[in-house]
Design a protein around this ligand. Structure first.
Ligand code: HEC
Ligand code: HEC
Ligand code: HEC
Ligand code: HEC
Ligand code: HEC
Ligand code: HEC
Ligand code: HEC
Ligand code: HEC
Ligand code: HEC
Ligand code: HEC
Length: 289
């Protein structure tokens, strides 16, 4: 049984492959029945329909290079062909072997050990081949495709503060490798901080006075996808700080009215400790300058 509850499709396809009954006229055979489908015809506008590219399916087995041998399918179209994408009756790994047969580079980049592969995401969940240009290769379409599954990140990117993802000025793949990587969370760079430094170089330091959590991991305090708080911080100051620092109130040093506690008010800690990412001032040990 596969994930959609269809037990026999894979067996029948395997059987068809062993029979190897390819059509005599290739695409022309298929188009006798499928010509009216504009999605089908669009393949001829893209690389996979390019007869002049010797590596393209169209220069070889044509449609059947991806959909498998026709077998008895042309007797009314009831015998299944290999289908792709979310509605396919075939599990994703079986669909993907078709694509990986020609795209071994994808395999090398880390696809095999990626969470997308483990979670049985199909190449065709992100890619379209029956198209003049695969939409996901257009920067303007990336976020939309990713957030069609990633609801939490979709919600995050519309929050009060976020990276400019909502308007597609930035995309998920500025930080993540879509085919996986050997790094945590499929990041393109080795660590969270290296990811952040690639655009926020000024936060790299080195600083004379370093703030330990900053050099360790930016995402201790920031949610890179968005936050209801300013500056992508996961919690508001002072709660953010008080996860680690005792709420001692520096009591002896401050004159506070009952209603205006310097430490409890909105940006309290930052009013004094403004260089929260580190300081190069000789007297900056407490990040006040
Ligand atoms: C005699 C007519 C006929 C021929 C020839 C034919 N098909 Fe089909 N095909 C059908 C019918 C009918 C269906 C089922 C109805 C539908 O989904 O369009 C179908 C369904 C399909 C589907 C599944 C579509 C879906 O959305 O699930 C694929 C893929 C497909 N055909 C590919 C091919 C390929 C590739 C060839 C040539 C090797 C081919 N067909 C030849 C009639 C034909
Ligand atoms: C028979 C070989 C073959 C198969 C099977 C194949 N491709 Fe390709 N694909 C190519 C060739 C050739 C190119 C053109 C680029 C090149 O020359 O490397 C290409 C290009 C692409 C590109 C880049 C498109 C562009 O516009 O530049 C994507 C994305 C892609 N393929 C995805 C897929 C997916 C997804 C599948 C499986 C559904 C698949 N391919 C199956 C041969 C193949
Ligand atoms: C999570 C979405 C996603 C999945 C799943 C996915 N890709 Fe991609 N793929 C992308 C994106 C996004 C790009 C564009 C990368 C860029 O612009 O840097 C891309 C680019 C490509 C390209 C063209 C550039 C290149 O790297 O050569 C090919 C070919 C390709 N993918 C093949 C595949 C194959 C084969 C699979 C399945 C094993 C697959 N992809 C699975 C999102 C995906
Ligand atoms: C590179 C692999 C590849 C080749 C070559 C290819 N297809 Fe497809 N086909 C796909 C994928 C992947 C889909 C799912 C939709 C998409 O990604 O664009 C699909 C979808 C389809 C569908 C369903 C379309 C729908 O309305 O949802 C039919 C029918 C079909 N292909 C027939 C054909 C025919 C006929 C040919 C040859 C002219 C062909 N395919 C060549 C990979 C391929
Ligand atoms: C078809 C659904 C689907 C699509 C489309 C999709 N993803 Fe995923 N992704 C998943 C699932 C399922 C997981 C594993 C569970 C989870 O973490 O949500 C996952 C996990 C991830 C992870 C965590 C990886 C890890 O190793 O911890 C990242 C990062 C990710 N996806 C990024 C992307 C990006 C970027 C895109 C668009 C290029 C994308 N996804 C498109 C379904 C999808
Ligand atoms: C500015 C860089 C950046 C961008 C842009 C970005 N991410 Fe991430 N993402 C990260 C980092 C860093 C992590 C690891 C977070 C951590 O360690 O808490 C992560 C983690 C994830 C995870 C794993 C979450 C988990 O709980 O394990 C998913 C899924 C994900 N991102 C999806 C996306 C999607 C979808 C987009 C686009 C809408 C996106 N990301 C855009 C940096 C980014
Ligand atoms: C691809 C470039 C890029 C990467 C990588 C990147 N950022 Fe950003 N970041 C930006 C841009 C662009 C802005 C918006 C600047 C603006 O609006 O003036 C921004 C803004 C921010 C802000 C301020 C948001 C606000 O609402 O004030 C924070 C905090 C931030 N980034 C943290 C991070 C962290 C943490 C990482 C690593 C996980 C990271 N960034 C990775 C480009 C990037
Ligand atoms: C200890 C918590 C903490 C850590 C860890 C942290 N930040 Fe911040 N960050 C903040 C706070 C609080 C603000 C808001 C500062 C303000 O409003 O003046 C901020 C603001 C920012 C801003 C926007 C304002 C500015 O200073 O440019 C960026 C960008 C930023 N952080 C990037 C990073 C990067 C990159 C890292 C990792 C190297 C990082 N942060 C680690 C707490 C932290
Ligand atoms: C994840 C834990 C963590 C968070 C969150 C955090 N800090 Fe720190 N902070 C540390 C550690 C660890 C040190 C180093 C302590 C040491 O060296 O004794 C430090 C040092 C400091 C120092 C210098 C103290 C000294 O003894 O040198 C100040 C001031 C400071 N933090 C303020 C803040 C403020 C303000 C915030 C909130 C914006 C904050 N911290 C958030 C862990 C954290
Ligand atoms: C009115 C200014 C001011 C505010 C507001 C303030 N601090 Fe401080 N903080 C200081 C000064 C000045 C020192 C250095 C005290 C010393 O060296 O005796 C200090 C020292 C520290 C230290 C070093 C350890 C210590 O107690 O000496 C930490 C950690 C710290 N502050 C965290 C915080 C946090 C967290 C907040 C918000 C809840 C905060 N501060 C709010 C002025 C302030």
């Amino acid at each position: 049984m596969d994930k959609k509850g269809n037990s026999n499709v894979e067996q029948r396809l395997t059987h068809k492959f062993s029979e190897g009954k390819y059509s005599a006229k290739g695409a022309d055979t298929c188009l006798m029945c499928h010509r009216k489908n504009t999605t089908v015809m669009a393949i001829f506008d893209g690389v996979h329909g390019d007869i002049n590219n010797s590596k393209s399916p169209m220069a070889g087995l044509q449609c059947e290079a991806c959909h498998g041998p026709i077998g008895e399918h042309n007797k009314g179209g009831k015998e299944p062909m290999i289908t792709f994408g979310r509605d396919s009756q075939l599990p994703a790994p079986s669909q993907n072997t078709v694509c990986l047969g020609c795209h071994q580079n994808t395999e090398k980049t880390g696809w095999h050990s990626s969470l997308h592969n483990m979670e049985e995401i199909a190449c065709a969940d992100c890619h379209q081949v029956h198209a003049a240009k695969d939409p996901i290769l257009d920067k303007q379409q990336v976020n939309q495709t990713c957030t069609s599954c990633h609801a939490r990140e979709k919600a995050d990117m519309s929050k009060r503060s976020s990276h400019p993802l909502k308007w597609d000025q930035m995309t998920c793949i500025d930080c993540h490798a879509p085919h996986g990587s050997s790094n945590e969370s499929a990041l393109k760079k080795a660590t969270v901080n290296d990811t952040c430094y690639s655009c926020h170089a000024e936060k790299r330091g080195p600083f004379l006075w370093e703030h330990a959590p900053v050099t360790e991991n930016c995402s201790t305090c920031h949610n890179p996808h968005g936050s209801v708080n300013e500056a992508l911080v996961k919690q508001r100051v002072p709660q953010l700080c008080q996860q680690c620092h005792a709420d001692d109130g520096h009591a002896s040093r401050v004159v506070s009215q009952p209603s205006t506690n310097a430490f409890g008010a909105g940006m309290g800690c930052l009013n004094c400790h403004s260089q929260i990412h580190g300081s190069n001032h000789p007297a900056g040990s407490n990040f006040a300058r």
